[in-house]
Design a protein around this ligand. Structure first.
Ligand SMILES: Cc1cc2nc3c(=O)[nH]c(=O)nc-3n(C[C@H](O)[C@H](O)[C@H](O)COP(=O)(O)O)c2cc1C
Length: 193
């Protein structure tokens, strides 16, 4: 794991567990492989996410062999390919639109669980929405009722200097807008000037 003091980048407005701040989305992946047991621990966490009527509408399609990763490279955008090719595991998250009205919301929860468990295992994750969804559906043979959400790059972090120069500047944990601009009491309010 690359050493980094997260508090130099992120401060919570209210006290929270450290791991929420420590999860972020680097682009510099090392070529170290992810052990089967570690990978399945991460997917297991995602399995325990809550969902509407416990329908568990999420599905995870893995690419962790050279052959399978190559298939994913055929539909991932250039801007993401530039860094994600080093990630040993790619996980496409899809959800069954016929399962419930909350399928997308539920799939998002499972991604959150996956990302946090990965962090606990010393891994990093980076979600990508930047890929050709129709092509992915075709290449991976995904039935029409499933919605494709994101491809998650999973692996071990490497030094930012290993990234192409144009990505190095962005290789740091991002901030968030203040909670007071996100939480409303008793009803929605337009932001005041
Ligand atoms: C659904 C989704 C799609 C994303 N798509 C991309 C993407 O295509 N390329 C990319 O570099 N980052 C992508 N990201 C990463 C976000 O930009 C990142 O999570 C966000 O800026 C917050 O930063 P953090 O994850 O480091 O806290 C995506 C994240 C999510 C959740």
């Amino acid at each position: 794991m690359v050493n980094m003091d997260i508090n130099n980048y992120r401060q919570a407005d209210h006290p929270i567990e450290d791991f929420f701040l420590k999860r972020w989305s680097p682009r510099s992946f090392s070529d170290q492989n992810v052990e089967e047991t570690t990978l399945f621990s991460v997917l297991e966490a995602a399995r325990w996410a809550p969902s509407g009527s416990n329908k568990q509408p999420w599905r995870f399609i893995l690419a962790r062999t050279e052959e399978d990763r190559e298939k994913y490279y055929s539909f991932i955008n250039e801007g993401n390919l530039a860094w994600c090719k080093k990630a040993p595991v790619l996980v496409l998250i899809i959800s069954d639109s016929e399962a419930s009205g909350s399928h997308a919301f539920d799939a998002g929860t499972s991604w959150g669980y996956l990302a946090l468990q990965a962090m606990h295992k010393g891994l990093v994750t980076h979600a990508m929405g930047g890929f050709d969804k129709e092509k992915a559906r075709e290449v991976l043979n995904i039935p029409p009722q499933f919605v494709l959400h994101a491809i998650i790059a999973v692996g071990y972090q490497d030094e930012k200097e290993k990234l192409a120069e144009s990505y190095q500047e962005r290789e740091k944990p991002s901030p968030r807008r203040p909670l007071k601009e996100t939480v409303f009491e008793g009803g929605y309010k337009e932001e005041l000037e």
